[in-house]
Design a protein. Structure first.
Length: 518
């Protein structure tokens, strides 16, 4: 008997619909569900309806979402799973066609006192990048803009300090003979601050410095010789400055050309050794740390490196040292921090501005920006003027901020301030904010499960939210909405009705079909 030839499908034939195009639930018995079977199309907006207590949330959250999340967690490595709670399998025989699931319910987004509207939506993360890249730092004591100093500018500041009257007074009548030549005892010491406020023993680093020819270091304000035994506590913070050179003040008068060249070489070596920092000890004993990165041109005070973590109240680098980034102090965390006035950031972070003209207005710092409502923030960005170079640098991050702000405008929460604490939001506000962060994430192929997202919305805002949910669907995601709102139900692609009653009288699938067929 001849074996029948296997039929080959031509390119003109429509392929059979794969089961993977559906979410198939078989034998669901979670809570009051009565061993139900239901199929739902992937990549669609699905409304689950029915009376209160009929089992809508049991199907959407406690069965479909719970199993999708459990499978995703099970796919992680054992190392990652040890940090997560073990998830129980829902009471269901089988679910196929599931994607990684994301639940956005009516519960408050976060109980963390550090979380705000801006942090939940990731707007604050992008703002930190914008301020770090194109923000203008200003001196803490003056309104003078701070720029990175070149080596020549550092030399001019050092030479000016040598010529100051205070230095001349401090070195007056202080002279000694060196190799038969009378020189002024006052001298300028050039240090390279290789460690600034960091913990560690630094044994290997000190050994390496000795091998490079250095002899003297200043550790926590005390001069030590590298050839001596130096033992540091690894649990304490240390400042370690390497002595690069010492130059007598009289040499700048006797042989100005040679002494200036020597000073220039010492400053260059210090900047190289300490990654852009140099510390100058004047003849009167005062010290001044200068940077080839940021420094005030008026008083020579250094400014910390302007990077995203400077604006993070969750990082020790950027947080206010008094309140540790909470903005409040006291046993009950109810008193405003007197140091930062509730801003939660260190003073330097509040001296970086955006949108100023450099004359009448410095612009807004990052706290001023987040004190605005969503609508005010949109207006500020629309009126922000940057030069062509800064615009090219800032645009990728600003685009992400604008998209999230526009979404929050669309769903009717333009009245919220960006610094509003997450634990003070209503359930509906928290849900829409989390939805904003998900829309901005650009995830594709995920399963979103939402609990009555339109509750409490005006009809105008309701229409905007429905439009947003469809945009999320069109990205390639599956949207499951537990909903009573008629407009949202009619806007869905597929309807699953659970009933007929509540509690023991519910838990059955009344209808499950495309809306256009009903």
């Amino acid at each position: 008997m001849a074996t029948p030839k296997k039929k080959t499908r031509t390119k003109w034939e429509e392929p059979a619909k794969s089961e993977s195009s559906k979410i198939v639930v078989r034998g669901a018995r979670t809570h009051n569900l009565k061993n139900i079977n239901v199929e739902m199309p992937r990549g669609s907006m699905i409304a689950i309806t029915g009376p209160s207590g009929s089992g809508k949330s049991s199907l959407a959250f406690d069965t479909i979402f719970a199993e999708g999340q459990r499978r995703y967690v099970e796919s992680l490595s054992p190392y990652a799973r040890q940090f997560l709670n073990k998830m129980q399998k829902p009471d269901v025989d089988e679910i196929s066609g599931l994607s990684p699931a994301i639940s956005i319910d009516q519960k408050s987004a976060s109980r963390n006192p550090r979380s705000t509207v801006a942090t939940i939506t990731e707007i604050y993360d992008y703002l930190r990048i914008v301020y770090a890249r194109v923000g203008q730092p200003y001196c803490i004591d003056t309104d003078v803009p701070i720029q990175k100093l070149s080596q020549d500018e550092i030399l001019r500041i050092v030479l000016k300090s040598i010529e100051d009257r205070e230095v001349r007074t401090a070195t007056k009548n202080q002279s000694q003979k060196v190799m038969g030549i009378e020189v002024t005892k006052g001298r300028v010491a050039i240090f390279a601050p290789v460690v600034v406020g960091r913990k560690g023993e630094y044994y290997q680093m000190l050994y390496d410095l000795l091998s490079k020819g250095y002899e003297t270091v200043k550790i926590d304000g005390e001069i030590k010789q590298l050839r001596d035994k130096i033992v540091l506590s690894k649990t304490k913070r240390h400042d370690i400055d390497v002595l690069v050179d010492e130059i007598y003040v009289s040499e700048f008068t006797d042989d100005p050309k040679s002494s200036r060249e020597r000073l220039s070489e010492a400053v260059e070596l210090a900047l190289t050794t300490a990654n852009g920092l140099v510390k100058i000890e004047s003849p009167d004993g005062t010290e001044r740390t200068m940077s080839a990165k940021f420094i005030c041109p008026v008083d020579g005070s250094s400014f910390p490196e302007v990077e995203p973590r400077l604006f993070s109240f969750n990082s020790p680098y950027g947080a206010c040292p008094e309140c540790n980034g909470l903005g409040v102090i006291g046993i009950f965390q109810s008193d405003e921090c007197p140091a930062c006035k509730g801003a939660r950031l260190r003073p330097e972070a509040l001296r970086v501005f955006l949108g100023g003209d450099g004359k009448k207005s410095l612009g807004m710092n990052i706290v001023d920006f987040t004190n605005q409502t969503v609508k005010e923030a949109v207006d500020f960005i629309n009126n922000l003027k940057l030069n062509k170079k800064d615009e090219e640098i800032a645009w990728p991050a600003l685009r992400e901020v604008i998209e999230r702000l526009d979404f929050m405008m669309d769903v009717g929460i333009e009245y919220l301030t960006l610094n509003r604490r997450a634990n003070t939001l209503s359930g509906g506000e928290a849900q829409r904010i989390r939805l904003a962060s998900q829309l901005g994430s650009g995830l594709v192929g995920a399963l979103y499960v939402l609990d009555e997202p339109t509750i409490g919305l005006h009809q105008r805002d309701n229409d905007k939210l429905i439009k947003t949910l469809k945009e999320l669907r069109d990205l390639g995601n599956t949207i499951i909405v537990v909903e009573h709102d008629e407009d949202t139900i009619r806007a869905s692609d597929y309807l699953v009705d659970i009933g007929p009653g509540a509690g023991v009288h519910g838990g059955e699938v009344i209808v499950a079909d495309y809306l256009e067929k009903l």
